[in-house]
Write a protein that binds this ligand. Structure first.
Ligand SMILES: Nc1ncnc2c1ncn2[C@@H]1O[C@H](COP(=O)(O)OP(=O)(O)OP(=O)(O)O)[C@@H](O)[C@H]1O
Ligand SMILES: [Mg+2]
Length: 314
């Protein structure tokens, strides 16, 4: 019998966010930012942090450098209750970082991948990863070490008896080189957003995109932004409307928050309708505060916001 709930295998980085910047950077000049914030970044870490915040027993397996950013990442995950036992440190690579230059709703990002690219199938401590119910993996394209062995990773997880989910995220190189025909049969819940599904399948409409993956996918869950989400299982479609938030602060991490809510319910054996609804609720919750994790700062804050903004229970 599994005794641990969720294992997230994935990338770890910090976000260094510069706000209120006076103009745009130019070679040979210096400009000033009036605000700076160093925070936990990366899709996988945000999903894990928010899953833990809503009561899922969550463990992270990843790679960081032996540097201060690595320590910051460990402390951030620790403070969210995520178990960091399977996070390894390497002196060969520095921890990943994204420098975010934020201009109102637009952002210019520069990412240094470092250790994020160096996690491979061989480096995952499989012998220690026993007793889990579920594996979630996110941000496939930027993890070069994980990419080459993605089928092997999901085969291994299935052989260990885990249920599995995958959120590809966007491909920064726009090549969409993901072997979905061989991988999706091993993924219980495939969770792209609509734009990612269309780019992956090279199709123009949601219907065509879903048709292209149908022969290979088990359950597909498509995130539709403020339109909510859609699940497809054995050709049957279930839609769930988004919770209305008239004044979203930003939508950073909404998809990862959706994933944490959906997977919480999925692990506990809820129906797909309930999983979608709770995913939507957590996605909407994420839009009520800046960045990916701020809305999940404590159970009391979560309960209060859900009640006040969405008339919903935790
Ligand atoms: N403006 C919004 N208002 C209410 N709910 C929202 C809003 N934006 C997103 N959501 C909720 O969050 C879920 C996930 O958001 P979205 O579709 O943007 O995912 P994503 O594109 O994968 O996001 P990310 O950029 O975080 O990876 C949606 O399905 C919806 O339920
Ligand atoms: Mg996403």
């Amino acid at each position: 019998m599994p005794t641990k709930e969720l294992l997230v295998i994935g990338e770890l980085n910090v976000d260094l966010i510069l706000n209120q910047i006076e103009g745009f950077p130019e070679i040979g000049t210096e400009i000033l930012a009036q605000k700076m914030n160093l925070t936990l970044g990366s899709s996988s870490a945000i999903m894990a942090a928010n899953a833990s915040a809503i009561g899922v027993d969550t463990y992270f397996c990843g790679l960081i450098g032996t540097d201060d950013f690595g320590t910051f990442i460990l402390n951030s995950l620790d403070s969210k209750g995520v178990k960091t036992d399977f996070i390894q440190k390497t002196s060969e690579h520095q921890s990943g970082i994204t420098v975010v230059m934020s201009y109102d709703q637009d952002r210019a990002n520069v990412t240094y991948c470092g250790a994020m690219e160096a996690l491979t199938y061989q480096k995952i401590p499989w012998a220690d990863l026993t007793g889990f119910k579920h594996l979630h993996l996110s941000n496939f394209f930027i993890q070069k070490g994980i990419r080459q062995d993605i089928v092997k990773i999901f085969e291994k997880a299935k052989s260990l008896g885990l249920t599995t989910s995958l959120d590809l995220q966007w491909d920064p190189e726009n090549r969409w080189d993901f072997d979905f025909k061989n991988c999706l049969p091993l993924v219980d819940i495939f969770m792209p957003n609509q734009a990612e599904l269309l780019a992956l399948t090279k199709k123009e409409s949601l219907d065509q995109g879903l048709e292209a993956i149908a022969p290979y996918s088990n359950i597909s869950v498509i995130k539709l932004g403020d339109k909510g989400s859609l699940a497809v299982e054995n050709g049957k479609r279930i839609s769930a409307a988004a919770f209305t938030n008239d004044n979203p602060v930003d939508t950073i991490g909404a998809g990862d928050s959706f994933n944490s809510g959906f997977i919480k319910k999925y692990i506990s054996g809820s129906s797909l309708e309930q999983c979608l609804e709770y995913g939507n609720l957590m996605g909407a919750l994420s839009t009520t505060a800046a960045g990916g994790t701020a809305a999940f700062s404590s159970i009391d804050t979560i309960k209060k916001t859900l009640k006040e903004k969405f008339n919903s229970e935790y």
